[in-house]
Design a binder for this molecule. Structure first.
Ligand code: FES
Length: 122
C-alpha cells in the first residue's frame, strides 16, 4: 500500500524537532482526522537554511512532513512557497488516494511558516 520511500521517511523521519528562535512557524490541523503539524523555519538571506517539524498524526502525515523539510531546505522562500502537496507526494513516489489529504498538511504547514516569516520581516 505504501511506497518504500514513504516507509523510509515514516520509520526514519528527517528533521524532527524544534528550532530555537525560528524565523517563522506554521501550524495546521486537519479537522476530519484531528492530526496536527507544526513547522519551524530558519531563514538567512532569503534562503531556507533549516526546517524542523513536529507532527502528531498518521504515518503518511509523518512521511510527508519529513519529505517537505528535505524539499524546502536550500530553497528560497518564494520557491518553497510554491511547493505543492502533489510535489511532496511525488517525491515519496506517491501516496494511496485515501491518504493524499495527509500531504496537504505538510505543504500547508510549510506555507503557513513562510507566511509567518514574511509577516515578521516585511
Ligand atoms: Fe490525518 Fe493522515 S489521517 S493527516
Amino acid at each position: 500500500m505504501y511506497t518504500e520511500k514513504v516507509m523510509d521517511h515514516f520509520s526514519n523521519p528527517r528533521n524532527v524537532g524544534e528550532i530555537e528562535n525560528p524565523n517563522g512557524v506554521g501550524e495546521v490541523g486537519n479537522a476530519s482526522c484531528g492530526d496536527i503539524m507544526k513547522i519551524y523555519l530558519k531563514v538567512e538571506d532569503n534562503i531556507i537554511k533549516d526546517v524542523k517539524f513536529k507532527t502528531f498524526g498518521c504515518g503518511a502525515a509523518i512521511a510527508t512532513s519529513s519529505m517537505v523539510t528535505e524539499l524546502a531546505i536550500g530553497k528560497t522562500i518564494d520557491e518553497a512557497l510554491v511547493l505543492t502537496n502533489q510535489a511532496v507526494a511525488e517525491a515519496l513516489d506517491g501516496l494511496p488516494p485515501a491518504k493524499m489529504h495527509c500531504s496537504n498538511l505538510a505543504a500547508d504547514a510549510l506555507h503557513e511558516a513562510i507566511k509567518d516569516y514574511k509577516a515578521k520581516n516585511s
